[in-house]
Design a protein around this ligand. Sequence first.
Ligand code: 6PG
Length: 254
Amino acid sequence: MPEPRVLLHRSPDQLAAAVCARLVSTLVDAQSSGRVPSWVLTGGSIADRIHEAVADSPARDVVDWSQVELWWGDERFLPDGDPERNHTQARRALLDALSLDPARVHPMAPSDQAGDDPDRAASAYADELATAAHGGGVGGGDTTPTFDVLMLGVGPDGHVASLFPGRPELDDERTAVAVRDSPKLPPTRTTLTMPVLRRAREVWFVVTGEEKARAAQQALAGADVTQVPAAGPSGRQSTLWFLDRPAASLLPPS
Ligand code: 6PG
């Protein structure tokens, strides 16, 4: 596993522009090699800025968006279209402006389409991941596709996706699980689990703000994953930490 690389940016907008540029080039490179790339989206405020930067980018449509698979790292378990859902926020900021293939867009089930049962929503997502792993067929050992880019915001407590410090979901071997009584509202969520956050060619942490500085420093120092979940995910080819200066303020001088 290659060592994480820190990419420092002057502001959240500069960080969002850099992530946008790298995302477009990564997706285009994959398409140029004949693959259908997959991008795992994250929720949160810096994710919104990144989505808006992609929507506004002149290079945006160099990507054939009908040939990109979209997945989510986690989701708030709310009715479809709820403004608090990561899927809703991504649609408003970016997805509704793209020529996506609906069959390649994989939101986690909303509460009103999963019988208000987050375990059912998580299990359905695990099935969808397994089906995609086998190229649409069934059988075979893999339980998830190998994602190209897996983006993760990080909370002040070091959580990633909806995997929070000290919580049992951190040890769950399933690929997607329900989270109840989340420390971050809303309380009920569905999330990919840690083994899946290690199933990507590239993991990109996107982190801004001084309140995340301790979590970034601990994760990069190799903290215990049960205490700092952000220490867990890594890419098979690369792990990038996109940080603004406040979020990087506790890192040792490079
Ligand atoms: C969510 C997110 C969550 C988020 C972090 C950072 O559904 O809330 O997936 O993991 O990425 O909490 O959020 P901010 O970027 O808004 O601080």
